[in-house]
Write a protein that binds this ligand. Structure first.
Ligand code: ADP
Length: 158
């Protein structure tokens, strides 16, 4: 049984994240979306809100679970008995940071491997930060995020 973790802040989840979730859930037996609690940056949405939105957005995907975590990713992977970490790569700008993190994680826990999926081209420009910026200025974000997020951002911006 292959269990994988897809970790991130998901503040909020975008259609780019959803693309990686859907594609990786077809490759592994069980996918755990790990929602990072202790963020250096102050998130727009609390971890509870981010988890709730992800659960709603992934409810049709039967082998996907959403779990919050804090601390080291490799410790979370071990606790969940997951041997694989999935990350998404959008552009070369993601690469340097992802490489550093992956190699550090591999030193900490050689049994956990990181696999990268490259983004589908239509989402390669998309980030949670851009979505928040567009929403702040009243722009339409319906083509960037799941429905549940559109509603939640509207509420936040009120
Ligand atoms: P972080 O873990 O840096 O806080 P995010 O929560 O934004 O990042 O994203 C989690 C993971 O999803 C990362 O691997 C990131 O590269 C990937 N990702 C983010 N946006 C997209 C996208 N539009 N397409 C594919 N992958 C993405």
């Amino acid at each position: 049984m292959l269990r994988a973790i897809y970790p991130g802040s998901f503040d909020p989840v975008t259609l780019g994240h959803m693309d990686i979730i859907k594609r990786s859930s077809k490759i592994v037996d069980e996918l755990i979306v790990g929602v990072l609690k202790n963020n250096a940056k102050t998130p727009l949405f609390s971890v509870e809100e981010r988890v709730r939105m992800l659960r709603e957005a992934t409810k049709e995907l039967k082998n996907v679970k959403v779990v919050e975590f804090e601390g080291l990713l490799v410790d979370f992977a071990k606790a969940m008995d997951a041997k694989v970490v999935i990350r998404g790569l959008r552009a070369i700008t993601d690469f340097e940071y992802e490489l550093q993190m992956t190699q550090t994680n591999h030193k900490l826990e050689p049994d956990v491997e990181t696999l990268f999926l490259t983004t589908s081209i239509e989402y390669s420009f998309l980030s949670s930060t851009t979505v928040k910026e567009v929403a702040t200025f009243g722009g339409d974000i319906t083509q960037f995020v799941p429905k549940v997020v559109v509603k939640a951002i509207e509420e936040k911006m009120k």
